[in-house]
Design a protein. Structure first.
Lengths: 420, 314
């Protein structure tokens, strides 16, 4: 009998435990700040830590780094969604600026506007209006941008271009002219990696931007113009023609492998966001200019496809002060000029110190300040449901090249998912 | 119970402890399995297709929407093709290995561990390694090329579907790309089939085999008339367990091929994950999950029923 009594007591204890564990988990003690991101890579986690250090030093407070690895943020987004649904948001979280997840959280009433913080810190003058437009909805501003990356960059191998007397193509006509020459010499003109399927979407967006120009592109992305417009079709035709100049194993490659092909001289060009430059310099030890060259993708000079990480203030927090204090550090010149050089990005502040950045970033900063900023599908730029449907359409289009099917799929996606 | 004994319900520590021991399991199962299944069914019937929760009832609309997409139709084709090839592959390779090991060879323990070892590796690692091996520009094709082979297989990059007849929005047939994934999956799981078969083989009494031999049965006859029929129960068990593993397959696809061009290697689980957590279309994701559950149940429930019946007879 004694033994069974022990078992019974143990069972009762177990019940008590299972009932309390979920309640205990993941609620931060008062004053501690949970920072949620998908920055788990070497340089990005180092950069985040530098910000945390400044915050902990200035405010004598503690941070819990809640970075979730994997899937270019898709795992982190899944964890975040479950926490937000449960009414247990982290102190602040990483989200791309634009009409993607950020707008969705705002529409779900899960975010608090930061207009007064902007006023107090004088940020209306330090960040360009064009950037603040991307994170302002109905006059209210919902995030603090910490970094800036560019999504419309054509990377090329300078030795190959020099050898065949080519220059970086400024137009699609020049691109196809160069591509024909390169192909004749047995070099893959355009390296493509599409294992994640966002890479081809990025390429298409850049082609679309170059085809219709930034104003119409923005109208498409915000739902002001129908996706039935001829520009969408002709961009799809240009994209299809480009595909005939790419490597055939693109769906087996991850993005950096396409840039590796360029670096090794197997391919001449690649279209990728400027996170590629960190790969060229840090991983492959190439010098900007002599080791790798860059230019805006054809016909997109004067446009800057902005990919920016922003942090906001979630609703339903018990105490807003730690988050607001951290956002002050995040938006400050000191915070940004410490964070960005470590991460390989540049500060979106207009008064950022160029001396802290390398040759590529300095040039990108100049373009950023005068160019028109636009968003990219698949980088938090558009409605998540639309993005998913777009990427499903792309997965088919990338090999079957059926333009009418592709365009009608995007059109119906835009109809069933409001773009702004 | 003896007739005439007082029918008094006495408090017994035994009964109490039995019930108390079961309660945590029942509670955990009830909430975290059946409760969540019920919740998913509920969500799948609403129009909660953004981050704003919604409980507007829309009936089977999400199911109809999902079933009409090119992607989900491809998923259904792929999961059937994959499951059939994966299971047949594991059964054949597993039985073959088990028969070899059953020959009273030396160092049996070593070989047994060797064959079962891949099972200990995560599907993600398997996926990454096999993606390198079967990448048409690297790996095994380089060897085939050095042997002078002209038409090298495209492995998981192929978009060819055989025999390929149109049905709904998609081409129905066997996507060749899936066979590359099958190779990786069979490599990983055939050791499991081997282990189960080996125990099945050890369960066949030598007397029956001896009797058959005395009756003049040769090795082949012995295999087809005695060994195989005796392994029927074992085979069913392996099929059920591997079907469950196959229908849920995610990690291998995610790491090795992704959805594939024209969704030739996409699976319902991939679709569910992306629809739910990248598209934020929770109701549609739940609908995919429920269809997947029904598929699984249609395999598992008949098996459970038949084992329960057999248990009653015994």
């Amino acid at each position: 009998m004694k033994r069974s009594r022990i078992i019974a007591a143990g069972a009762a204890a177990l019940i008590a435990l299972t009932a309390t564990v979920p309640a205990l988990a993941a609620t931060a003690p008062k004053g501690e700040l949970q920072i949620f991101s998908w920055w788990t890579g070497v340089s990005s986690s180092k950069a985040l830590q530098s910000l945390i250090n400044i915050y902990e030093h200035e405010y004598h407070a503690k941070v819990i780094n809640e970075a979730v690895a994997g899937g270019a943020g898709s795992n982190a987004k899944a964890v975040l969604a479950s926490r937000m649904e449960a009414g247990n948001p982290p102190g602040t979280f990483q989200v791309h600026g634009g009409n993607g997840s950020l707008l969705s959280w705002v529409q779900a009433n899960d975010m608090v506007p930061l207009n007064s913080l902007y006023k107090q810190e004088g940020w209306y003058k330090v960040f360009p209006k064009s950037l603040l437009n991307l994170i302002t909805f109905k006059g209210k501003i919902y995030g603090v941008p910490v970094d800036m990356q560019r999504g419309n960059v054509l990377w090329y191998n300078p030795q190959i271009f020099h050898k065949y007397h080519l220059t970086a193509p400024k137009t699609f006509a020049e691109f196809f002219h160069d591509a024909a020459i390169l192909k004749k010499h047995g070099i893959t003109p355009l390296a493509l990696a599409n294992h994640g399927n966002w890479e081809a979407t990025l390429l298409y967006c850049d082609v679309l931007l170059g085809t219709v120009g930034p104003e119409k592109y923005e109208d498409l992305m915000t739902g002001k113009m129908s996706w039935n417009t001829p520009g969408v079709k002709s961009a799809a035709a240009t994209f299809t023609k480009m595909m005939s100049y790419t490597n055939s194993d693109f769906s087996a490659l991850h993005w950096s492998q396409a840039d590796q092909m360029v670096a090794q001289g197997k391919a001449a060009m690649n279209v990728m966001g400027d996170w590629a430059q960190g790969y060229f310099t840090t991983d492959l030890h190439l010098k900007p200019g002599s080791g790798f060259g860059w230019a805006p993708t054809p016909q997109t000079k004067g446009s800057f496809a902005a990919v920016t990480d922003v942090f906001g203030l979630p609703a339903k927090l018990k105490d807003n002060t730690p988050t607001l204090n951290f956002l002050k550090v995040l938006g400050s010149e000191k915070g940004q000029d410490t964070f960005n050089p470590l991460k390989g990005t540049f500060s979106p502040r207009l008064d950022a110190n160029p001396a802290k950045y390398d040759a590529y970033s300095r040039q990108a900063m100049q373009s950023y300040k005068k160019d028109k900023l636009v968003l990219i599908i698949g980088q938090g730029g558009a409605n998540p449901g639309f993005t998913n449907a777009f990427s499903n359409a792309m997965e088919i289009f990338v090999t079957n090249h059926n333009i009418p099917n592709f365009v009608s799929a995007i059109q119906s996606a835009a109809q069933s998912n409001p773009l702004s | 119970m003896q007739a005439g004994a007082p029918r008094k319900h006495r408090f017994s520590w035994d009964t109490f402890s039995a019930v108390a021991t079961l309660i945590p399991t029942l509670l955990v199962l009830g909430v975290f399995v059946y409760g969540f299944i019920g919740w998913s069914v509920y969500v799948s019937l609403t129009n909660w297709n953004s981050l704003i929760p919604s409980n507007t009832f829309v009936g089977l609309q999400n199911y109809l929407d999902i079933l009409q997409t090119y992607r989900f139709q491809s998923d259904l084709r792929n999961i059937v093709v994959f499951t059939v090839f994966f299971i047949v592959g594991c059964l054949v390779v597993g039985l073959f290995l088990a028969l070899l090991l059953d020959q009273k060879i030396r160092a049996e323990g070593f070989f047994r561990s060797l064959f079962i070892f891949p099972m200990a590796i995560s599907f993600v690692s398997t996926g990454v390694v096999w993606a390198w091996i079967l990448n048409p520009n690297t790996g095994v094709n380089l060897i085939l090329k050095s042997f002078g082979m002209k038409h090298l297989p495209e492995w998981f990059l192929s978009t060819v579907i055989i025999p390929n007849f149109g049905l709904g929005q998609i081409d129905v047939g066997i996507p060749l790309a899936l066979l590359a994934v099958v190779i990786a999956a069979v490599w990983q799981m055939s050791g499991f089939a081997m282990a189960v078969y080996l125990s099945g083989l050890r369960g066949i009494s030598d007397e029956i085999k001896e009797a058959a031999r005395i009756d003049g049965a040769g090795a082949w006859r012995l295999f087809f008339a005695i060994t195989l029929p005796q392994l029927r129960g074992t085979t069913t068990t392996i099929i059920i367990i591997l079907t469950a593993a196959s229908l849920k397959i995610f990690g291998l696809i995610y790491a090795m091929t992704g959805s594939g061009q024209e969704f030739v290697t996409d699976m319902p689980s991939m679709n569910m994950f992306q629809t739910t957590f990248q598209g934020n279309e929770f109701a549609q994701g739940a609908a995919i999950a429920i269809i997947l559950l029904l598929l699984l149940a249609s395999f598992i429930i008949p098996y459970l029923v038949s084992t329960l019946r057999r248990g009653d007879e015994a």
